[in-house]
Design a protein around this ligand. Structure first.
Ligand SMILES: [Zn+2]
Length: 66
């Protein structure tokens, strides 16, 4: 008997065996989705627009007169 794991992406039950090629994912699709989410998460900067505006001094760009 093979242990049953849950697919991290969709939560589908996956049999942990040689038959489950993409374990712990249920399919190649779910594996790709998870890896893609992880990769994209690295580049996501949790920037809070309000906090950013609060920290930076409110410098109004005055157009230089020539
Ligand atoms: Zn899945």
């Amino acid at each position: 008997m093979s242990p049953i794991v849950k697919c991290p992406t969709c939560g589908k039950r996956v049999e942990w065996s040689e038959a489950s090629k993409y374990r712990p994912f249920c399919s190649e699709r779910c594996k790709t989705i998870d890896l893609g989410a992880w990769a994209s998460d690295r580049y996501v900067v949790p920037a809070d627009p309000a906090a950013e505006a609060d920290e930076s001094p409110s410098t109004e760009t005055t157009p230089s007169k020539h």
